[in-house]
Design a protein around this ligand. Structure first.
Ligand SMILES: NC(=O)C1=CN([C@@H]2O[C@H](COP(=O)(O)OP(=O)(O)OC[C@H]3O[C@@H](n4cnc5c(N)ncnc54)[C@H](OP(=O)(O)O)[C@@H]3O)[C@@H](O)[C@H]2O)C=CC1
Ligand SMILES: CCCCCC/C=C/C(=O)O
Length: 476
């Protein structure tokens, strides 16, 4: 008997007669069914959020903070149950799933400490002008399948703290952990403040163009981001878009090969490479290219790809069939063009269920190879050789994306000099995949706009309202 999950609407867990199957990518078996909501259920959720907004937006921020902290608390308390379910639906190995759940709780708890105090613009004898922040209203949150819990919480926490209410749609590929989380949220948040609904691919566009939703916060592909912008333009909804990336790492010649090989590997292969900020193009200086590429390949050969619930698995399957086929297509294109593979290049053994892509590392493919120029979003790592730092910077910047990047060097000052020339919203020097709840995270160019996290991320859920009092003109 397949477990039936319900949606959270107006403080109640509710189902629908139509349901959608959810598949475990490690074995392609159905592991749960979720409601297939349409317009009627969406309208109920939006009405509940609108009604709750009246009170929630007037609730003191200190009380809203407590609710966000309570959400962080229930996530932490239920890590053990949540991470197993997350592995089953998303595919990531247990340790990484545990990390995502703990990370989501940490991000929510930390964001709960943020403030949006009034700011004084002018305080003179003539006038007092201040900016206050007012919540935008009902938020529609749309999230993908690579970090379902982190992404859900990343939308819910700042929305609630700002005084907004939310209708959140998980990806139909990975809704289960979020719906379990919905049950936990039901017990700690007032009815209607958080609503979580699932449905077929018609649901996202319905949310985007719903006349009573005031803002969309979205994480996913650039192509979908553009559609959302279009759908939201009718009512001039506020939007925050966290989109794709084709993030470059630059390894300068003074980098210690032994120290960076393993870290570079995980900057590309964590979550089977399905991270917007994963390193997707690695530029290595020619002086250390042979040694470093050999060290990465040697490390890769001992990494186990398999079912994330099995001990020893370090890289799980790709999350869904569509993505699996896309990654295989890019690998096949590289083969057809005769590019050299240091590791991988073949498909999994025939007859084994699951969306497994063997670890794939390419040896110096050209810039215009599809596997370099496109966002792979899979367990794939092209290594490329460069001669001068300026050349590496210019190749790194030759992308329509601008999400993140990294520089690896024994000289952090030089790392910062290079970082400042990269056209991305985040750059790490001798670090990877670290996001802070206190720093704005967002893309340049076609990686989106707006920010999440930090005060900037919180303010995205608000309108500024400027109140000016003319002190010397009181008509008394
Ligand atoms: N930046 C990131 O973190 C991510 C980037 N990607 C990139 O996107 C590629 C495709 O992945 P895919 O799953 O198709 O990602 P999408 O961007 O299509 O999907 C992400 C979310 O958006 C929803 N959605 C899709 N179309 C619309 C629409 N027109 N209006 C409103 N919501 C919509 C999806 O729901 P539904 O499935 O029901 O349509 C899902 O909840 C990947 O290969 C990868 O390159 C993917 C995931 C995350
Ligand atoms: C271990 C890395 C955590 C990154 C979480 C943020 C991911 C964003 C995205 O893929 O959109």
């Amino acid at each position: 008997m397949v477990t039936q999950y319900k949606n959270l609407i107006n403080g109640e867990m509710v189902g629908t007669s139509e349901v959608l199957d959810v598949i475990n990518p490690a074995n392609e078996e159905v592991i749960g069914q979720v409601p297939a909501c349409g317009e009627a259920e969406l309208n109920n959720a939006v009405s509940a959020a609108r009604a709750a907004f009246k009170t929630w937006s007037k609730t003191p921020i200190e009380d809203r903070r407590k609710v966000v902290q309570a959400i962080a608390g229930v996530i932490n308390e239920n890590n053990d149950e949540l991470f197993r379910l997350l592995t089953a639906e998303q595919g990531k190995p247990h340790a990484q799933a545990q990390g995502e759940i703990a990370g989501a709780a940490y991000m929510a708890g930390s964001q709960a400490t943020l403030d949006m105090d009034d700011e004084i613009n002018e305080d003179t004898e003539q006038r007092l002008s201040r900016t206050r922040r007012v919540p935008v209203g009902v938020v529609g949150g749309i999230v993908p399948w690579n970090f379902p819990v982190m992404m859900a919480v990343q939308k819910i926490a700042p929305a609630l703290l700002s005084g907004c209410t939310i209708v959140l749609k998980p990806s139909p590929f990975t809704p289960l952990t979020t719906l379990r989380l919905a049950e936990l949220i039901k017990d700690v948040a007032p009815a209607g403040v958080v609503n979580i609904i699932t449905g077929e691919d018609s649901l996202g566009p319905l949310i985007t163009s719903h006349p009573d939703i005031d803002k969309i916060t979205f994480t996913g592909s650039t192509a979908t981001g553009k559609k959302i912008m279009e759908g939201a333009s009718k009512d001039l909804k506020r939007i925050t878009l966290e989109l794709g990336g084709n993030d470059a790492s630059i390894v300068l010649p003074d980098a210690n090969v032994e120290k960076v090989a393993e870290q570079l590997f995980w900057s590309s292969f964590t979550n089977a490479g399905q991270i917007c900020v994963a390193a997707k193009r690695i530029y290595i200086h020619e002086d250390i290219y042979d040694e470093l590429s050999a060290a990465i390949a040697a490390y890769a050969k001992n990494v186990k790809v398999g079912d994330g619930s099995q001990q020893g698995t370090a890289v799980g399957p790709v999350q869904n069939k569509k993505q699996y086929e896309r990654v295989l297509e890019l690998v096949q294109d590289a083969k057809d063009n005769g590019y050299k593979f240091l590791v991988g290049g073949d498909q999994k053994e025939e007859g084994i269920p699951g969306y497994y892509v063997p670890i794939t590392i390419l040896d110096n493919p050209p810039e215009d190879a599809r596997i370099v120029a496109e966002e792979q979003f899979g367990p794939v790592m092209p290594l490329m050789k460069f001669s001068t730092t300026d050349e590496a910077i210019s190749r790194a910047n030759a992308s329509e994306y601008g999400l993140a990047g990294a520089v690896w060097t024994a000289n952090p000052d030089e790392g910062v000099r290079v970082a400042e020339q990269l056209e991305t919203g985040t750059v790490w020097v001798n670090e990877f995949l670290h996001l802070s709840p206190f720093a704005p995270f967002g893309g340049h160019k076609q990686s989106g706009f707006g920010a999440e996290y930090g005060k900037e991320g919180l303010l995205e859920f608000t309108y500024p309202q400027v109140i000016t009092v003319k002190k010397d003109n009181v008509p008394a």
